[in-house]
Design a protein around this ligand. Structure first.
Ligand code: ATP
Ligand code: MG
Length: 414
C-alpha cells in the first residue's frame, strides 16, 4: 500500500529566512523511510486564512498531513485554533495535560502564567501526543473526509522526541500495511562523484533498483533502493556495487556511522591509542576525533604546530629537515608523526602539513598541496596529496584524508 503525506510547516520566521526549515527535512526522511510518499512540502505564515488554505489543499492531496509549529502559548501560535476550525471541532481542555503543564513550570521554579493554559486545549476527539520535553503537546485528529492531521511543536528537539515516541506508534496503527522500501547505503571517500557514477552506470543495474548519489562533502553517499518484491535483485545489485567500488573506497554501510566513529571503533577494538600533529588543519582532525563521547578510550591528544618553531620545539622536527625540504614536505610530515608519537607514547600517530590557501602557495607547492605522515611501531611513511580548492575545503579534505589513511592502515587496505 502506498500512502501519501504532506509536510506543513507554519511560522513567519520560516518564510522570511530567520530560521532554516530543518524540520521538513527530518520529517521527510522519517516518513520516506516508513514507506510514505511525500507529496508536498508547504510553508505558510501565522494567519488563520493561510493555515486553513494549506490544510484544505494538503488534505485533498494526501492521506496524512503533518503540521509543525505554532503550538505555543503566544498570540501568534494559532495552529490548534486553525485545525479545530477546519475540522469543525470545538477546543476542549485536557485536564491531565493541564496538570503536566503546571508540574513542568513548578519543577523549574517558574510561575505558571494563565496564558499557558491555551496549551491544554485540543480539538475535540484528538489523540493527544505527550510532550515530556517541552510544553507544547501535539495532537492527531481525523478530518470528516477520513484524512489524518497531526500537529507537532516547532522546536526541532521536541518534534523529534514526539515523532519517535508518539507519532511512530500512531502511524503503525493508522497505516498498518505500508510498503516499506528497502535501502542500502555505501558511504565512500576518495573517489569523485562522477567517477563513482560512471563505474556504477557501467553495471547496467535493473531499473527496479533506484540508485541515488549524494555528495555530502567530503564523502559521497550512494544509496540503492527497491520495493520488497525486488529484494533479491537488490541484494545482487548491492553485491555488484560493493565489488565495483571495492572495500577500500567504502568506509561504511550505515547511515548512522561516519568516518570518525569508525576510527574510534577500530582503535577501541584493536586497543590502539592515537595522537595527532596538525599544521594547516589547525585542530580540525582532533575536533572530529573528539566529537564523540567515549573518545578518551583511544585519543590521547594532539599538537597544533602551525609555525616552524612549534614544529621544532614541540615535535622535535629537525631544523635541517625544515630547511632542506620545507614545512610542507614528506620528510616534515614524517618527522611530525614521529615526534607526536614519541611525545604521547601512542601506538599510532598521524600528521598533516599543507598549504590550505588563499596565499602561501608556490609553483612547486601550489595551494592545495598537503602531506600526511603516519607513524606506527614498525614504520613511518608519508603520502602526498593535491586538492586545489577553497581553504575550508582543503582543510576538511585533509582531515578526512588523515582519517582515511588511518582506516586503511588499521584494516590493512591500500
Ligand atoms: P513554542 O512553544 O516554542 O512556541 P511552537 O510549536 O509554537 O512552540 P514555533 O513557535 O513555531 O513552535 O517555533 C519555535 C521555534 O522552533 C522557532 O523559533 C524555531 O527556532 C524552531 N522551529 C520552528 N519551526 C521550525 C522548522 N520548520 N524547522 C526548524 N526549526 C523550527
Ligand atoms: Mg511559538
Amino acid at each position: 500500500m502506498k500512502a501519501t503525506v504532506s509536510i506543513f510547516t507554519i511560522g513567519a520566521e520560516i518564510l522570511d529566512g530567520r530560521i532554516l526549515d530543518t524540520n521538513s527535512r527530518y520529517l521527510a526522511r522519517f516518513l520516506t523511510d516508513k514507506g510514505f510518499e511525500v507529496a508536498r512540502m508547504h510553508s505558510c505564515g501565522d494567519t488563520l486564512a493561510d493555515i486553513t488554505r494549506g490544510l484544505k489543499d494538503l488534505t485533498e492531496l494526501s492521506d496524512l498531513v503533518i503540521c509543525c509549529g505554532g503550538l505555543g502559548p503566544t498570540s501568534d501560535d494559532i495552529t490548534r485554533d486553525a485545525i479545530a476550525e477546519f475540522c469543525a471541532r470545538p477546543l476542549v481542555k485536557d485536564v491531565s495535560v493541564e496538570e503536566q503543564l503546571i508540574a513542568y513550570y513548578t519543577k523549574r521554579n517558574r510561575q505558571y502564567d494563565p496564558t499557558n493554559n491555551s496549551q491544554a486545549f485540543f480539538p475535540k476527539d484528538s489523540t493527544i501526543l505527550n510532550n515530556p520535553v517541552g510544553t507544547a503537546a501535539g495532537f492527531a485528529l481525523k478530518t470528516n473526509t477520513q484524512k489524518l492531521i497531526i500537529a507537532l511543536p516547532g522546536v526541532p528537539y521536541e518534534l523529534e522526541h514526539l515523532i519517535i515516541n508518539e507519532v511512530h506508534p500512531l502511524l503503525n496503527e493508522f497505516f498498518p500495511i505500508l510498503t516499506k522500501v528497502k535501502h542500502k547505503v555505501f558511504r565512500t571517500f576518495g573517489l569523485p562523484e562522477a567517477k563513482i557514477g560512471s563505474l556504477i552506470n557501467a553495471l547496467n543495474i535493473e531499473p527496479e533498483i533506484k540508485i541515488s548519489y549524494r555528495a555530502h562533502f567530503p564523502e559521497v553517499i550512494v544509496q540503492l533502493s527497491a520495493n520488497p518484491s525486488a529484494e533479491s535483485l537488490l541484494e545482487s545489485s548491492v553485491a555488484l556495487v560493493q565489488q565495483t567500488l571495492a572495500p577500500e573506497n567504502i568506509y561504511s554501510t550505515s547511515n548512522e556511522f561516519d568516518l570518525p566513529q569508525l576510527i574510534m571503533n577500530l582503535c577501541v577494538d584493536k586497543k590502539l591509542k592515537l595522537a595527532v600533529a596538525e599544521s594547516c588543519t589547525g585542530g580540525l582532525l582532533g575536533k572530529f576525533l573528539t566529537d564523540m563521547t567515549g573518545a578518551s578510550a583511544f585519543f590521547l591528544g594532539g599538537i597544533i604546530s602551525y609555525s616552524n618553531q612549534a614544529k621544532q620545539s614541540l615535535l622535535n622536527v629537525p631544523a635541517e629537515t625544515l630547511d632542506k625540504f620545507g614545512a610542507v614536505s614528506a620528510e616534515t610530515a614524517q618527522a611530525m608523526a614521529t615526534g607526536v608519537r614519541n611525545k604521547f607514547n601512542s601506538d599510532l600517530a598521524i600528521s598533516i602539513t599543507g598549504i590550505a590557501g588563499l596565499d602561501g602557495g608556490s609553483e612547486v607547492k601550489p595551494v592545495g598541496t598537503f602531506y600526511l605522515g603516519l607513524a606506527s611501531k614498525d614504520r613511518v611513511s608519508a603520502m602526498h596529496y593535491f586538492y586545489p580548492h577553497q581553504r575550508e575545503r582543503v582543510r576538511l579534505y585533509a582531515a578526512w584524508s588523515a582519517m582515511d589513511v588511518l582506516r586503511r592502515h588499521i584494516l590493512g587496505l591500500h
